[in-house]
Design a binder for this molecule. Structure first.
Ligand code: SAM
Length: 245
């Protein structure tokens, strides 16, 4: 069954963007996933199709109106549509690889892209919309964030990645960053590839990669490393004979 993405945006021409190319683009052509993009401006108010207004309480910027977003959602999305509804916002919970897996395992997603200062909170609550951020920085609009979320999910859909691009060993799949990669030439500008990777010994290669993944995770992502250690703790304690006495 086709995985369905619906987008509500003030800039529908930004889609499919990068998702029209490479793996996702080919999958779109093959019908593995489908894309419907709806222009929020079409639901704007009055002759000027206004979609925003000044914030109650004062302050800079404009806010996207609840009634406009509500009309757009009601026009394009059935009330009983089972897909998760997501508003991309820096105020949301941070997107994780587990979310990508969850979205990919479902029937698709409905994404609302904000502009200006964001969307009136009431319409998000009224429509049960999840709030998701793609990282701790502020973009000028939700469209690039929607492309990121879609990319993470679409590449996990059955048949999108080839067998050789398996997601099983990727960064985050085992709670660690992935090990570094090398290819030919074996020596480049005097820099040699680590011996273990040239050894042909599968156990030595796996050991080198495991150690490199741990080293890099510890150095670059102390948050992941701590979570990994906590997850590993019972096994490590049991395996440590000095602890069992
Ligand atoms: N005033 C908002 C704040 O401080 O949280 C930022 C608004 S931003 C300029 C405009 C829109 O870009 C947001 O409504 C949201 O849709 C999108 N956006 C910006 N940063 C994002 C992020 N890190 N993740 C997801 N969406 C983001």
């Amino acid at each position: 069954m086709t995985w369905r993405a619906s987008i509500l945006s003030l800039f529908p021409e930004m889609f499919p963007g990068s998702l029209g190319h490479s793996l996702a683009g080919r999958a779109l052509e093959r019908g593995v996933w489908s894309l419907a993009v709806h222009d929020l401006r079409a639901h704007g108010i009055g002759r000027h199709r206004a979609v925003d207004d000044t914030p109650f309480g004062g302050g800079a910027g404009m806010v996207m109106r609840a009634d406009v977003v509500d009309t757009a959602l009601s026009a394009h999305i059935a009330q009983d549509d089972p897909r998760p509804r997501v508003y991309l916002t820096p105020r949301g919970r941070r997107l994780q690889q587990d979310d990508a897996r969850r979205y990919a395992a479902g029937p698709g997603v409905i994404l609302l892209c904000g502009r200006y200062e964001g969307v009136d909170e009431r319409v998000l609550e009224m429509h049960g919309i999840e709030q998701v951020s793609v990282g701790d920085y502020v973009l000028s609009g939700g469209e690039p964030a929607a492309l990121v979320l879609l990319d993470t999910a679409i590449r996990l859909l059955p048949g999108v990645m080839g067998a050789q691009d398996s997601a099983g060993e990727e960064s985050f799949s085992l709670g660690l960053l992935e090990y570094p990669h090398y290819t030919r030439p074996a020596v480049w500008r005097g820099c040699a590839v680590p011996d273990a990777l040239l050894s042909g010994n599968h156990a030595a290669i796996a050991a080198w990669r495991g150690a490199a993944a741990e080293r890099d995770t510890q150095a670059r992502r102390p948050d992941l490393w701590q979570a990994h250690l906590q997850g590993q703790a019972p096994a490590r304690l049991l395996a440590d004979p000095s602890r069992t006495a």
